[in-house]
Structures are given as C-alpha cells and as structure tokens.
Design a protein around this ligand. Sequence first.
Ligand SMILES: [Zn+2]
Length: 406
Amino acid sequence: MTGFQSTTPGALDTVRATLAKLRSVPELADRYADIVALDSLEDLVHAPVMVKDDLNVALEHLKPKAHQGATWTFQSGGSTGSPKLGYAPTGLYMDEVYAQWKPLGPDDVFVNGWGAGKLWGAHYLFGAYADLTGCTGIGLGAINRAEYDVWLEFFAARGVTALGGTPSVLRPILGHARETGVKLPDLRTVLWLGEAWNPGLDEDIPAVAPNARRWGLYGSTETWVAGTNTPDCPADTWHLLPSQLVHVGENQLLDFTSLKPHGLNPVLRYRTGDAGEWVTCTCGEPGRALRILGRRDGEVKFRGLLLNVDAMLGAVSGQPGVSRAQILITEYPTRGATLEVLVVPARDAAPGLAERVREHILQSAFGGPSTSFHRDPESLGVRLVEDLISNDRTGKTSGLVQRQAQ
Ligand SMILES: [Zn+2]
C-alpha cells in the first residue's frame, strides 16, 4: 500500500492529464521523464514531489484558463519580488465545499472579515460560498483598532449571526468586545481559515457570544480548500474534500494531488510544508481525518545556530502577563543578527514584564541561541508592543518575522 487511494470518479484520468501538463513544461520535462504512464493512482508513489517554485515555473508556462467564465488570479507564495500567480475559475471551487460543509444558511447575516484585494483569495472564496447558502452578506474586509467600537455596535444592531476572518484578525476584535463588555447574543457561527486556530478565542467567544461556535476551512492558495471541520472536531483535525488526494510522506510531510476535473493549478504531489497524520475524528464521522501537526520548517538559523520558533514562543506565551508574542530577527550587515521578542501585555500585566520575560528566556535552554545570548547580551531584546507585526495583505500574523536592517 502506497497511501494513494481515492474513490473520486475520474481520479486517474485527472491525474494523468495533470502529469501530461507538467511534462509539457520545458523546465520540468526531465523531472517527469521517468514516469511514462500511470496505471493506477498507486503509481503516484514514483512521481517526484513538487514545491512552490516548481508550481510557479509550471504556471508561468501553462497560464491556465477556465473552461467558462472568468479566470481569477491569486498570489501563490513568492514572499519577495513580483507576485507569483495561482489560478481559480469563477465560483472558486466552492460547490464542493458547500456540498460537505454547511455552517451558513438563508437566515444568516454573515460578516466577511477577510481582507479584500491585493491578490488574497479568502474574501472572494467566502463570497462565492455565501452565494451558495442564500445568506445575507456584509463585506467588511480589514478594519483597524480605532474602528472596532463602531463596527461591533453595527454587528449587534444588525443581529449578525456569523463572522469570518483569520484567527489573528478575529482575536483582537473579539478580545476588544470582551474587554469593553460588548455582547453579540445573535452570533452563532465563527468562520476561520488562513492560519491555525488561536486558543485565546476559546476564552473570548463564550464571554462575547455564548451561542457561537467555530467552523474552519484548511488549505493553501495552491491546493485551494483541502478540508473542512465543525465545532465537534478538534481545531487541528480536518475532513478532506473528495477532490483532494493527500499522502503522508517522510517526516510526516504532506503532499497534495488535485482530483478536480477542471482544476487550473497543476497540483501533483505538491508539498506545502505542513506535516500531518491520519486519525479518527472525535466528531464521530466515519473514515479517516487528517490531523495537522504544524509546519516542519519551524526551525530557523540565528547566528548560525538552530532556533525552534514554536518552542520559544510557547515558553514566552506561558508567562503571566503575556497576551501574545512574536519573534523578530533582524540581520545587520556588520554586527550580526539580533532577536527581539515582541510581547503584547495582558491588561492585568504587572510592571516589569519585559525584564521578567527576558530573564525567563535567558534561564531557559533554547538550544544553540542561548549561548549566543549569554555571549552577546545585546543580541536579545524584549519589547512590549500594542500590536504584533502582521501582513497588511492577508491579516495573518506569523510567529516569526525576519528582516534585513536598512
Ligand atoms: Zn470531525
């Protein structure tokens, strides 16, 4: 057993067509030269794994077009330089999601809080989903802190029943509502996608909207929506869509193959960087579910030494008075890199928080970097901030930000 099975009709034909497309890309032809035919899905075990750069090269050559309607382009990776484009047809493949996942219905008043524009797909994806449900939609997009009060008042007055966004956008809004005593008794549904669930929301939501529960989508711009979950599933566990063939490979790294008959991105054993394992979901739905274990690229080099970002953030976040934290590494041309821990203090934080966090980091063993902090105390800083650094385009907040000094 190779782990490549699917009961989706036409799966083998779809995969063969994708392979033919990839072989037609001059820069990739050599990679696929050895796979002459696919007799079954099991033969995918012989196909090479793709990463983002391979997909970008393929899309640059193929420039896919939808069979009907418009072809939409979204940003697919490429953190620097000109945007790399991924493609999706009108409707953004949401029919399949709606068939499996129904948090919204015609009576819902849904606020779409994903940032709009700038090639980020989530806002439009949820617009396409809302079309299928017959709900009443409110296109909110990105809002800033100064606007929270007026919008929360609007949500309460309109009887908003559903609110969606990335967890790092939802957390400050609902956290603010909790701190200021706003209640949203009509809110039943919190929709999320774009990053892992933020457990802080499990404290904010019951205080603000006791009837609300979370419903998530999992995927990436390249694979599009891969799985869905419900309030009865753990936040890291997903039920895959029929058009997603997922394989757990070495080091538990996942690769995705698209079984969409008219899919535009040639996704064939595409590795996103996420690791995962098969589980039985506690919601009771039969069959296997995919539990996401996080990224396997969570280690970065700091002054030549390996630093585990998640471990350090976990240790800092567990300190009393810390609401949220982020690591900022700045590379200087002459003096080497510095590491700053940005900390958003909780409202009840006692004075001297930055000094306590710094002391805690120095006393904890974080592998190599600890030596560096002791050798050069100025290489470590702890700074209290009002907000973490987030991506203006997507509203996502990453645990690690790396910068070059100007
Ligand atoms: Zn489940």
